[in-house]
Design a protein around this ligand. Structure first.
Ligand code: DX5
Ligand code: ZN
Length: 216
């Protein structure tokens, strides 16, 4: 599956980019929420998520790069988020947060920064709908993919299989038409792509190419 990241879209004409996404093969729409504290950048917030929700029937996948993410789960669920992920590095009560997201009717995901080991998830993997492995340091689009991510995908896949869990593996940062096939082969289920989609001559085609890289 593919979740195009709106961070690289044209913010002055989001409706046009949403129309492209609606007719594309995009599975989820990835929305990056940055607060300028947890990450050194500020993106957009609740009113923009609500506005986007009115423009699409595709599931909204909200990636929270903010401090105290638990204070905002309900607001983002109300704004239309069907998938909500938060960073393990910014959360003290991970188990409670997962339960809260699920209680709101959304799917719950944990995000690991490049330096956070997969073994941190050993005691939460059974409760997680998905895990987002950052393959760049969060905060900006268009960065270079960190190769060590392949090893983490394999470790995470092994953990999921050992536990007989149905957790999905999402990879975010530096994904493109060149590395998509290898990422699926390593065990990724859903790839996030911003720059590779929105800087392409034909974004819809880039979405299809990344999504279907497995079979090419
Ligand atoms: C980075 C964000 C990503 C970003 C990916 O902090 O989490 O979702 O939009 O952008 P690309 O695909 O350009 O690396
Ligand atoms: Zn993201």
């Amino acid at each position: 599956m593919i979740a195009p990241s709106l961070l690289s879209a044209n913010f002055a004409n989001l409706e046009k980019d949403m129309q492209m996404l609606n007719t594309s093969q995009a599975d989820w729409i990835h929305l990056d929420i940055m607060d300028g504290v947890f990450v050194p950048n500020i993106s957009f917030g609740l009113p923009v998520v609500s506005a986007i929700n009115k423009l699409t029937t595709k599931p909204l996948d909200v990636h929270l790069m903010i401090v105290n993410p638990e204070n905002y789960f309900e607001a983002f669920a109300k704004a239309g988020a069907q998938y909500i992920s938060f960073h393990i590095e910014g959360s003290t009560h991970v188990h409670r947060s997962i339960q809260e997201i699920k209680k709101l009717g959304a799917k719950a995901g944990i995000v690991l920064n490049p330096h956070s080991p997969v073994m941190l998830l050993e005691d939460s993997i059974d409760y997680l709908d998905y895990v987002l492995l950052m393959s760049v340091n969060p905060g900006f689009g268009g960065q270079k993919f960190i190769e060590h991510t392949y090893k983490k995908i394999e470790q995470l896949k092994t953990l999921i299989k050992q536990r007989n869990a149905s957790t999905l593996i999402q990879v975010d940062g530096g994904v493109n038409t060149e590395n998509a096939k290898a990422l699926y082969a390593a065990g990724a289920d859903i790839l996030v792509a911003g720059n590779a989609v929105f800087s392409a001559d034909d974004p819809s085609k880039a979405i299809a190419q990344i999504r279907n890289a497995k079979s090419i």
